[in-house]
Design a protein around this ligand. Structure first.
Ligand code: ADP
Ligand code: MG
Length: 397
Protein backbone atom coordinates (compact mmCIF):
# COMPACT_ATOMS: atom_id res chain seq x y z
CA UNK A 1 0.00 0.00 0.00
CA UNK A 2 1.30 3.44 -0.95
CA UNK A 3 0.55 6.85 0.55
CA UNK A 4 1.05 10.43 -0.60
CA UNK A 5 4.14 12.52 0.12
CA UNK A 6 2.32 14.84 2.53
CA UNK A 7 0.96 11.87 4.48
CA UNK A 8 4.41 10.27 4.62
CA UNK A 9 5.91 13.52 5.92
CA UNK A 10 3.23 13.87 8.59
CA UNK A 11 3.94 10.29 9.67
CA UNK A 12 7.71 10.81 9.75
CA UNK A 13 7.20 14.01 11.73
CA UNK A 14 5.47 12.04 14.50
CA UNK A 15 8.72 10.06 14.83
CA UNK A 16 10.70 13.31 15.05
CA UNK A 17 12.09 13.66 11.50
CA UNK A 18 12.79 17.20 10.26
CA UNK A 19 10.27 18.05 7.55
CA UNK A 20 9.16 21.42 6.19
CA UNK A 21 5.91 23.04 7.22
CA UNK A 22 3.19 22.40 4.68
CA UNK A 23 -0.55 22.27 4.08
CA UNK A 24 -2.41 19.81 1.82
CA UNK A 25 -5.25 21.22 -0.30
CA UNK A 26 -7.96 19.64 -2.43
CA UNK A 27 -9.22 22.70 -4.35
CA UNK A 28 -7.65 25.90 -5.66
CA UNK A 29 -9.89 27.94 -3.35
CA UNK A 30 -7.85 26.66 -0.43
CA UNK A 31 -4.47 27.70 -1.89
CA UNK A 32 -4.33 31.25 -0.55
CA UNK A 33 -5.25 30.33 3.02
CA UNK A 34 -2.77 27.45 2.92
CA UNK A 35 0.11 29.66 1.78
CA UNK A 36 -0.72 32.28 4.41
CA UNK A 37 -0.04 29.69 7.11
CA UNK A 38 3.56 29.36 5.89
CA UNK A 39 6.44 31.71 6.64
CA UNK A 40 7.40 32.49 3.00
CA UNK A 41 8.90 34.16 1.04
CA UNK A 42 9.59 30.96 -0.92
CA UNK A 43 6.81 28.40 -1.40
CA UNK A 44 6.63 25.10 -3.26
CA UNK A 45 3.47 23.73 -4.87
CA UNK A 46 3.70 19.94 -5.09
CA UNK A 47 1.35 17.58 -6.96
CA UNK A 48 0.30 14.67 -4.79
CA UNK A 49 0.12 11.51 -6.89
CA UNK A 50 1.42 8.03 -6.18
CA UNK A 51 4.36 8.37 -8.56
CA UNK A 52 7.79 9.97 -8.53
CA UNK A 53 9.51 12.18 -11.09
CA UNK A 54 6.87 14.87 -10.58
CA UNK A 55 9.32 17.76 -10.82
CA UNK A 56 10.28 16.79 -14.36
CA UNK A 57 6.74 15.75 -15.34
CA UNK A 58 4.40 17.54 -17.74
CA UNK A 59 0.66 18.21 -17.63
CA UNK A 60 -1.09 16.71 -20.66
CA UNK A 61 -3.63 19.55 -20.84
CA UNK A 62 -0.90 22.23 -20.80
CA UNK A 63 0.93 20.99 -23.89
CA UNK A 64 4.61 20.68 -24.74
CA UNK A 65 5.85 23.65 -22.71
CA UNK A 66 3.96 22.63 -19.57
CA UNK A 67 5.80 23.34 -16.33
CA UNK A 68 6.38 20.40 -13.98
CA UNK A 69 4.39 18.95 -11.11
CA UNK A 70 6.61 20.51 -8.40
CA UNK A 71 6.90 24.29 -8.72
CA UNK A 72 8.56 27.06 -6.77
CA UNK A 73 6.53 30.20 -6.05
CA UNK A 74 7.85 33.51 -4.78
CA UNK A 75 4.52 34.97 -3.69
CA UNK A 76 1.10 33.88 -2.50
CA UNK A 77 -0.39 35.02 -5.84
CA UNK A 78 2.02 32.71 -7.64
CA UNK A 79 1.01 29.80 -5.36
CA UNK A 80 -2.65 30.40 -6.27
CA UNK A 81 -1.88 30.63 -10.00
CA UNK A 82 0.06 27.33 -9.93
CA UNK A 83 -2.67 25.64 -7.92
CA UNK A 84 -5.31 26.66 -10.47
CA UNK A 85 -3.18 25.37 -13.31
CA UNK A 86 -2.28 22.04 -11.69
CA UNK A 87 -5.41 20.78 -9.90
CA UNK A 88 -7.65 18.56 -11.99
CA UNK A 89 -5.08 18.18 -14.75
CA UNK A 90 -3.15 15.07 -15.73
CA UNK A 91 0.49 14.77 -14.77
CA UNK A 92 2.69 12.47 -16.83
CA UNK A 93 6.02 11.45 -15.29
CA UNK A 94 8.55 8.71 -15.94
CA UNK A 95 6.70 6.57 -13.41
CA UNK A 96 3.05 7.14 -14.37
CA UNK A 97 3.04 5.68 -17.88
CA UNK A 98 1.70 7.65 -20.83
CA UNK A 99 -1.81 7.94 -19.43
CA UNK A 100 -0.53 9.95 -16.46
CA UNK A 101 -2.39 10.58 -13.23
CA UNK A 102 -4.98 13.19 -12.41
CA UNK A 103 -3.80 15.61 -9.72
CA UNK A 104 -6.54 15.85 -7.10
CA UNK A 105 -4.42 17.05 -4.18
CA UNK A 106 -1.61 19.55 -3.80
CA UNK A 107 0.85 20.08 -0.99
CA UNK A 108 1.80 23.71 -0.39
CA UNK A 109 5.16 23.64 1.33
CA UNK A 110 7.69 26.03 2.79
CA UNK A 111 10.57 26.50 0.32
CA UNK A 112 14.01 25.39 1.47
CA UNK A 113 17.41 26.93 0.65
CA UNK A 114 19.21 23.91 -0.71
CA UNK A 115 22.96 23.42 -0.55
CA UNK A 116 23.14 19.71 -1.49
CA UNK A 117 20.59 17.09 -2.54
CA UNK A 118 21.28 13.55 -1.25
CA UNK A 119 19.58 10.21 -1.78
CA UNK A 120 18.47 7.93 1.05
CA UNK A 121 16.17 4.95 1.14
CA UNK A 122 15.46 2.02 3.42
CA UNK A 123 14.17 -1.24 2.01
CA UNK A 124 14.35 -4.94 2.71
CA UNK A 125 17.50 -6.36 1.16
CA UNK A 126 16.36 -9.89 0.39
CA UNK A 127 19.84 -11.19 -0.35
CA UNK A 128 20.79 -10.71 3.31
CA UNK A 129 17.27 -10.76 4.75
CA UNK A 130 17.70 -7.43 6.52
CA UNK A 131 16.51 -3.85 6.28
CA UNK A 132 19.13 -1.87 4.40
CA UNK A 133 19.90 1.80 3.93
CA UNK A 134 20.81 2.79 0.39
CA UNK A 135 22.47 6.20 0.19
CA UNK A 136 24.19 8.40 -2.35
CA UNK A 137 25.54 11.93 -2.55
CA UNK A 138 23.86 12.09 -5.98
CA UNK A 139 20.31 12.80 -4.82
CA UNK A 140 17.41 14.69 -6.34
CA UNK A 141 17.75 13.14 -9.75
CA UNK A 142 17.10 9.81 -11.31
CA UNK A 143 18.70 7.30 -8.94
CA UNK A 144 18.31 4.54 -11.55
CA UNK A 145 20.61 6.55 -13.83
CA UNK A 146 23.18 6.91 -11.02
CA UNK A 147 22.98 3.16 -10.33
CA UNK A 148 23.55 2.46 -14.02
CA UNK A 149 26.29 5.00 -14.83
CA UNK A 150 28.17 5.34 -11.54
CA UNK A 151 27.24 2.39 -9.30
CA UNK A 152 30.18 3.15 -6.99
CA UNK A 153 28.30 6.26 -5.85
CA UNK A 154 25.58 4.14 -4.26
CA UNK A 155 26.33 2.70 -0.84
CA UNK A 156 24.29 0.01 0.91
CA UNK A 157 24.32 -0.52 4.67
CA UNK A 158 22.37 -3.56 5.88
CA UNK A 159 21.19 -3.30 9.49
CA UNK A 160 21.15 -6.19 11.93
CA UNK A 161 17.58 -6.20 13.28
CA UNK A 162 18.87 -7.62 16.60
CA UNK A 163 21.00 -4.57 17.35
CA UNK A 164 19.39 -1.88 15.22
CA UNK A 165 21.63 0.82 13.78
CA UNK A 166 25.08 0.65 15.35
CA UNK A 167 27.56 3.51 15.70
CA UNK A 168 29.58 1.89 12.96
CA UNK A 169 26.51 1.90 10.64
CA UNK A 170 25.96 5.58 11.45
CA UNK A 171 29.61 6.37 10.71
CA UNK A 172 29.37 4.65 7.33
CA UNK A 173 26.17 6.55 6.49
CA UNK A 174 27.43 9.98 7.51
CA UNK A 175 30.78 9.55 5.80
CA UNK A 176 29.20 8.13 2.62
CA UNK A 177 26.96 11.20 2.46
CA UNK A 178 29.89 13.49 3.33
CA UNK A 179 28.00 14.98 6.25
CA UNK A 180 29.92 17.30 8.54
CA UNK A 181 29.29 19.53 11.55
CA UNK A 182 25.61 20.11 12.23
CA UNK A 183 24.56 18.05 9.23
CA UNK A 184 26.47 15.08 10.69
CA UNK A 185 24.85 15.51 14.09
CA UNK A 186 21.44 15.82 12.37
CA UNK A 187 22.15 12.65 10.40
CA UNK A 188 23.07 10.67 13.54
CA UNK A 189 19.69 11.67 14.97
CA UNK A 190 17.69 11.25 11.75
CA UNK A 191 18.86 7.82 10.57
CA UNK A 192 17.68 5.95 13.71
CA UNK A 193 14.38 7.87 13.51
CA UNK A 194 13.83 6.73 9.92
CA UNK A 195 14.82 3.18 10.83
CA UNK A 196 12.37 3.16 13.74
CA UNK A 197 9.55 4.50 11.53
CA UNK A 198 10.36 1.87 8.89
CA UNK A 199 10.25 -1.04 11.34
CA UNK A 200 7.38 0.07 13.56
CA UNK A 201 4.96 0.86 10.74
CA UNK A 202 5.91 -2.18 8.60
CA UNK A 203 7.15 -0.20 5.64
CA UNK A 204 8.52 -2.06 2.64
CA UNK A 205 10.10 1.09 1.21
CA UNK A 206 11.00 4.49 2.58
CA UNK A 207 12.61 6.71 -0.03
CA UNK A 208 13.81 10.22 0.74
CA UNK A 209 14.96 11.76 -2.54
CA UNK A 210 16.18 14.30 -1.91
CA UNK A 211 17.36 14.45 1.64
CA UNK A 212 18.86 17.94 1.67
CA UNK A 213 21.64 19.80 3.41
CA UNK A 214 20.35 23.35 3.67
CA UNK A 215 22.49 26.46 3.35
CA UNK A 216 22.35 26.77 7.16
CA UNK A 217 23.99 23.33 7.39
CA UNK A 218 20.94 21.45 8.67
CA UNK A 219 19.31 18.33 7.20
CA UNK A 220 15.71 18.15 5.97
CA UNK A 221 13.52 15.43 4.47
CA UNK A 222 12.41 17.16 1.25
CA UNK A 223 10.58 14.34 -0.51
CA UNK A 224 9.18 11.14 0.98
CA UNK A 225 7.84 8.09 -0.75
CA UNK A 226 6.52 5.31 1.45
CA UNK A 227 5.13 1.86 0.68
CA UNK A 228 3.82 -0.44 3.37
CA UNK A 229 3.71 -4.21 3.50
CA UNK A 230 0.06 -4.92 2.67
CA UNK A 231 0.13 -8.12 4.73
CA UNK A 232 0.84 -6.12 7.90
CA UNK A 233 -1.83 -3.48 7.43
CA UNK A 234 -4.30 -5.37 9.63
CA UNK A 235 -2.34 -4.10 12.63
CA UNK A 236 -2.20 -0.44 11.53
CA UNK A 237 -5.74 0.92 11.49
CA UNK A 238 -4.48 4.50 11.40
CA UNK A 239 -2.28 3.88 8.35
CA UNK A 240 -5.01 2.00 6.50
CA UNK A 241 -7.10 5.19 6.70
CA UNK A 242 -4.49 6.93 4.52
CA UNK A 243 -5.26 4.72 1.54
CA UNK A 244 -6.32 6.78 -1.50
CA UNK A 245 -8.32 4.41 -3.70
CA UNK A 246 -8.42 6.92 -6.57
CA UNK A 247 -4.70 6.18 -7.01
CA UNK A 248 -5.22 2.45 -7.35
CA UNK A 249 -6.34 0.16 -10.13
CA UNK A 250 -10.13 -0.34 -9.77
CA UNK A 251 -9.77 -4.03 -10.62
CA UNK A 252 -7.16 -4.52 -7.90
CA UNK A 253 -9.40 -2.77 -5.34
CA UNK A 254 -12.29 -5.07 -6.20
CA UNK A 255 -9.97 -8.09 -6.04
CA UNK A 256 -8.67 -7.05 -2.62
CA UNK A 257 -12.26 -6.98 -1.30
CA UNK A 258 -12.46 -10.67 -2.20
CA UNK A 259 -8.99 -11.38 -0.87
CA UNK A 260 -7.88 -12.46 -4.34
CA UNK A 261 -4.21 -12.36 -5.32
CA UNK A 262 -4.69 -10.24 -8.45
CA UNK A 263 -2.29 -7.92 -10.25
CA UNK A 264 -3.36 -5.99 -13.35
CA UNK A 265 -0.92 -6.21 -16.27
CA UNK A 266 -0.75 -4.78 -19.79
CA UNK A 267 -1.49 -7.75 -22.06
CA UNK A 268 -4.79 -9.08 -23.41
CA UNK A 269 -5.15 -12.66 -22.23
CA UNK A 270 -7.00 -12.80 -18.93
CA UNK A 271 -5.86 -15.60 -16.62
CA UNK A 272 -7.63 -17.35 -13.77
CA UNK A 273 -5.46 -19.92 -12.05
CA UNK A 274 -5.17 -21.60 -8.67
CA UNK A 275 -1.80 -21.43 -6.99
CA UNK A 276 0.78 -18.69 -7.41
CA UNK A 277 3.35 -20.96 -9.02
CA UNK A 278 0.90 -22.27 -11.60
CA UNK A 279 -0.27 -18.70 -12.23
CA UNK A 280 3.32 -17.64 -12.95
CA UNK A 281 3.84 -20.65 -15.23
CA UNK A 282 0.61 -19.82 -17.07
CA UNK A 283 1.81 -16.27 -17.67
CA UNK A 284 5.17 -17.57 -18.88
CA UNK A 285 3.64 -19.99 -21.35
CA UNK A 286 1.34 -17.32 -22.78
CA UNK A 287 4.43 -15.23 -23.42
CA UNK A 288 6.19 -18.27 -24.92
CA UNK A 289 3.45 -18.44 -27.53
CA UNK A 290 3.84 -14.76 -28.34
CA UNK A 291 1.11 -13.04 -26.32
CA UNK A 292 0.98 -11.12 -23.05
CA UNK A 293 -1.14 -11.83 -19.94
CA UNK A 294 -3.66 -9.18 -18.88
CA UNK A 295 -3.28 -10.09 -15.24
CA UNK A 296 -1.88 -12.35 -12.60
CA UNK A 297 -4.68 -14.07 -10.70
CA UNK A 298 -4.41 -16.77 -8.09
CA UNK A 299 -7.85 -17.66 -6.75
CA UNK A 300 -6.23 -19.66 -3.97
CA UNK A 301 -6.99 -23.07 -2.59
CA UNK A 302 -10.00 -22.54 -0.37
CA UNK A 303 -12.09 -20.31 -2.63
CA UNK A 304 -15.83 -20.89 -2.89
CA UNK A 305 -18.05 -20.47 -5.92
CA UNK A 306 -18.74 -16.76 -5.13
CA UNK A 307 -15.06 -15.89 -4.98
CA UNK A 308 -14.36 -17.72 -8.23
CA UNK A 309 -17.26 -15.85 -9.86
CA UNK A 310 -15.92 -12.54 -8.51
CA UNK A 311 -12.49 -13.26 -9.99
CA UNK A 312 -13.98 -14.18 -13.33
CA UNK A 313 -16.06 -11.00 -13.38
CA UNK A 314 -13.03 -8.82 -12.63
CA UNK A 315 -11.18 -10.48 -15.53
CA UNK A 316 -14.05 -10.11 -18.02
CA UNK A 317 -14.67 -6.48 -17.01
CA UNK A 318 -11.17 -5.53 -18.19
CA UNK A 319 -11.66 -3.94 -21.64
CA UNK A 320 -8.19 -5.05 -22.72
CA UNK A 321 -9.06 -8.73 -22.33
CA UNK A 322 -9.56 -10.44 -25.71
CA UNK A 323 -9.53 -13.99 -24.44
CA UNK A 324 -9.54 -15.86 -21.13
CA UNK A 325 -7.54 -18.84 -20.00
CA UNK A 326 -8.73 -20.73 -16.94
CA UNK A 327 -6.05 -23.10 -15.73
CA UNK A 328 -6.89 -25.18 -12.69
CA UNK A 329 -5.00 -28.00 -11.10
CA UNK A 330 -7.46 -29.07 -8.47
CA UNK A 331 -5.80 -30.07 -5.23
CA UNK A 332 -7.49 -28.44 -2.29
CA UNK A 333 -9.50 -26.46 -4.85
CA UNK A 334 -12.13 -28.65 -6.46
CA UNK A 335 -12.72 -28.48 -10.21
CA UNK A 336 -16.51 -28.46 -9.79
CA UNK A 337 -16.33 -25.33 -7.60
CA UNK A 338 -14.34 -23.59 -10.32
CA UNK A 339 -16.80 -24.70 -12.97
CA UNK A 340 -19.77 -23.49 -10.93
CA UNK A 341 -18.10 -20.12 -10.33
CA UNK A 342 -17.32 -19.64 -14.01
CA UNK A 343 -20.86 -20.58 -15.05
CA UNK A 344 -22.42 -18.28 -12.41
CA UNK A 345 -20.26 -15.34 -13.51
CA UNK A 346 -21.01 -15.86 -17.20
CA UNK A 347 -24.74 -16.11 -16.52
CA UNK A 348 -24.55 -12.74 -14.80
CA UNK A 349 -22.23 -10.75 -17.04
CA UNK A 350 -22.12 -12.73 -20.28
CA UNK A 351 -19.06 -13.84 -22.21
CA UNK A 352 -17.93 -11.83 -25.21
CA UNK A 353 -14.44 -13.30 -25.69
CA UNK A 354 -13.07 -16.80 -26.30
CA UNK A 355 -12.64 -18.93 -23.17
CA UNK A 356 -10.22 -21.83 -22.90
CA UNK A 357 -10.43 -24.04 -19.81
CA UNK A 358 -7.93 -26.58 -18.65
CA UNK A 359 -9.13 -28.58 -15.66
CA UNK A 360 -7.21 -31.33 -13.91
CA UNK A 361 -7.32 -32.90 -10.47
CA UNK A 362 -9.96 -33.23 -7.76
CA UNK A 363 -13.50 -33.68 -9.11
CA UNK A 364 -12.33 -33.06 -12.67
CA UNK A 365 -15.09 -35.14 -14.25
CA UNK A 366 -17.79 -33.33 -12.35
CA UNK A 367 -16.23 -29.97 -13.29
CA UNK A 368 -16.16 -30.89 -16.97
CA UNK A 369 -19.75 -32.09 -16.79
CA UNK A 370 -20.92 -28.79 -15.29
CA UNK A 371 -19.16 -26.84 -18.03
CA UNK A 372 -20.46 -29.10 -20.82
CA UNK A 373 -24.03 -28.91 -19.59
CA UNK A 374 -23.89 -25.14 -19.18
CA UNK A 375 -24.08 -24.61 -22.93
CA UNK A 376 -21.25 -22.09 -22.78
CA UNK A 377 -18.89 -21.78 -25.75
CA UNK A 378 -15.85 -23.18 -23.99
CA UNK A 379 -12.78 -24.65 -25.62
CA UNK A 380 -11.46 -27.48 -23.49
CA UNK A 381 -7.71 -28.06 -23.25
CA UNK A 382 -5.80 -31.16 -22.19
CA UNK A 383 -2.75 -29.61 -20.62
CA UNK A 384 -1.04 -26.29 -20.02
CA UNK A 385 0.75 -26.21 -23.35
CA UNK A 386 -2.38 -27.09 -25.29
CA UNK A 387 -4.36 -24.45 -23.34
CA UNK A 388 -1.89 -21.67 -24.10
CA UNK A 389 -1.75 -22.56 -27.81
CA UNK A 390 -5.54 -22.63 -28.02
CA UNK A 391 -6.14 -19.27 -26.36
CA UNK A 392 -3.43 -17.57 -28.46
CA UNK A 393 -4.93 -19.08 -31.63
CA UNK A 394 -8.43 -18.03 -30.55
CA UNK A 395 -7.60 -14.36 -30.14
CA UNK A 396 -5.67 -14.30 -33.41
CA UNK A 397 -8.56 -15.84 -35.32
P1 ADP B 1 9.79 14.35 -7.46
O1 ADP B 1 10.86 13.44 -6.93
O2 ADP B 1 8.49 13.64 -7.62
O3 ADP B 1 10.21 15.09 -8.69
P2 ADP B 1 10.47 16.14 -5.23
O4 ADP B 1 9.67 16.34 -4.01
O5 ADP B 1 11.72 15.35 -5.08
O6 ADP B 1 9.51 15.48 -6.33
O7 ADP B 1 10.78 17.56 -5.87
C1 ADP B 1 11.60 17.73 -7.01
C2 ADP B 1 12.65 18.79 -6.74
O8 ADP B 1 12.01 20.02 -6.37
C3 ADP B 1 13.58 18.45 -5.58
O9 ADP B 1 14.67 17.67 -6.00
C4 ADP B 1 14.00 19.83 -5.13
O10 ADP B 1 15.07 20.32 -5.93
C5 ADP B 1 12.76 20.70 -5.40
N1 ADP B 1 11.95 20.87 -4.18
C6 ADP B 1 11.00 20.04 -3.70
N2 ADP B 1 10.48 20.48 -2.54
C7 ADP B 1 11.11 21.63 -2.25
C8 ADP B 1 11.05 22.57 -1.17
N3 ADP B 1 10.20 22.43 -0.14
N4 ADP B 1 11.88 23.66 -1.22
C9 ADP B 1 12.74 23.82 -2.25
N5 ADP B 1 12.85 22.97 -3.28
C10 ADP B 1 12.06 21.89 -3.30
MG1 MG C 1 11.91 13.25 -5.32
Amino acid sequence: MNIHEYQAKALLKTFGAPVAEGVPIFSADEAEAAAKQLPGPLYVVKSQIHAGGRGKGKFTELGADSKGGVRLAKSIEEVVAHAKEMLGNTLVTKQTGEAGKQVNRLYIEDGADIDRELYLSILIDRTVGRPAFVVSTEGGMDIEAVAHDTPEKIITVAVDPETGLTQSDLDTLTSSLKLEGEAKADGEKLFPILYKAFVETDMSLLEVNPLIVMTDGRLRVLDAKVSFDGNAMFRHDDIRQLRDETEEDAKEIEASKWDLAYVALDGNIGCMVNGAGLAMATMDIIKLYGKEPANFCDVGGGAGKEKVAAAFKIITADPKVEGILVNIFGGIMKCDVIAEGVVAAVQEVGLKVPLVVRLEGTNVDLGKKILNESGLAITAADDLDDAAKKIVAAIQA
